[in-house]
Design a protein around this ligand. Structure first.
Ligand SMILES: Nc1ncnc2c1ncn2[C@@H]1O[C@H](COP(=O)(O)OP(=O)(O)OP(=O)(O)O)[C@@H](O)[C@H]1O
Length: 339
């Protein structure tokens, strides 16, 4: 992966009749990287992608692709491909016709079209399906057709908007790996919209976490997990999410802070040796471990992981401990303070 910037968004804002879509979006996306735009519904990730694609025009700011100012360029002049949640396949055309559609429109010679088709179907594992119509394919296969179509377009930038959300969990996992491998093998730059933090964390080199039209943090999945900028990031990233504790519930932290702690950094300890006494509110068996949810005044999302099957009755009292070195400290506005 090179580190030169391929896509640059500088101070982008978009409003509709005064209502905010996104604001102050500034991002440098390196060539050959995988960037996930992540956040809850309505945070502005699709708007950001549509602005980059040229399907919307910004009210403020500048967009550069490969060094060229494309802020007001038509979508067709931006040299990029797109893959959508809805596949956007023509139902009456075969797999081959769907994949080659754009090439035909661009009057690419037939022999070249067929070579590109073969290569794209090979990469996406669709050889042998050339003659099928989209209605005769599974959801995962349809999404692979959409990927094949993006591949034959041969663009160095591919934008993807929730491409896996119509697939069931197992298929999502498989196609997720396909997309990641494809991006690496082809060396293309991918900007990928998702509301699923597992998807973003497992696929992306860089995660851009958004809320209410603004970027909250840009960083590697590990950065966001181990050094969240604020309590929103802390609670959004990771499963289970980081627990938050009012500082008054802990000795030595004053009264206007929020303390964050992850489940894997909390231990259940013998009575009389813990920092906090909690009540079990639920036990969830996850397979390799059991997640025990805990209640204590001034805390939210407190939980601990126990190895194997370790269900505990609801209402049981336990004491917990944790090292100060594993605590995340946030100020009264939720902004990260220490470490
Ligand atoms: N065409 C539009 N007209 C008016 N408001 C819009 C339009 N498109 C988006 N918005 C608003 O802009 C904000 C951001 O929307 P956007 O679709 O980018 O969010 P999102 O993070 O992609 O959400 P989702 O995951 O639900 O698709 C929302 O408040 C939305 O209502």
């Amino acid at each position: 992966m090179t580190t030169s910037t391929f896509v640059k968004l500088d101070g982008i804002a978009k409003r509709w009749n005064g209502q905010l879509g996104v604001e102050g979006i500034t991002l440098d996306i390196p060539e050959g990287s995988f960037t996930a735009l992540l956040g809850p519904s309505g945070c502005g990730k699709s708007t950001t992608l549509r602005l980059l694609a040229g399907l919307e025009l910004p009210d403020e700011g500048q967009i550069l692709i490969d060094g060229k100012d494309v802020t007001t360029s038509a979508a067709s002049d931006r040299n990029l491909s797109m893959v959508f949640q809805s596949y956007a396949l023509f139902p009456h055309l075969s797999v081959a016709e769907n994949v080659m559609f754009g090439l035909k429109v661009r009057r690419v010679p037939k022999q070249e079209r067929l070579e590109k088709l073969h290569r794209a179907l090979e990469i996406t594992g669709l050889l042998g399906y050339e003659g099928r119509k989209p209605g005769e394919l599974s959801g995962g296969q349809r999404q692979r057709v959409a990927l094949a179509r993006a591949i034959v377009a041969g663009q160095r930038l591919c934008l993807m908007d929730e491409p896996l959300s119509n697939l069931d969990a197992k298929l999502r996992n498989a196609v997720r790996k396909d997309i990641k491998k494809l991006q690496r093998d082809l060396g293309i730059t991918v900007v990928y919209v998702t509301h699923d933090q597992t998807e973003a964390m497992s696929m992306a080199d860089t995660v851009v976490l958004m809320k209410d039209g603004h970027i909250q943090q840009v960083g590697s999945p590990e950065d966001l997990y181990s050094r969240p900028n604020n309590t929103f990031v802390a609670e959004f990233v990771g499963a289970p999410p980081m627990a938050l504790i009012e500082s008054t519930a802990l000795e030595g932290f004053g009264d206007d802070k929020t303390i964050g702690i992850r489940a894997e950094n909390i231990q259940i300890v013998p009575a009389g040796t813990g920092r906090m006494r909690c009540k079990v509110n639920e036990s969830e068996f996850l397979g390799a471990e059991t997640l025990i949810g805990l209640d204590h005044d001034g805390t939210s999302g407190l939980c601990v992981l126990q190895p194997g099957l370790s269900l505990m009755p609801e209402g049981d009292e336990v004491e917990i401990n944790f090292d100060d070195g594993n605590l995340h400290v946030f100020d009264d506005a939720g902004k990260r303070l220490a470490g």
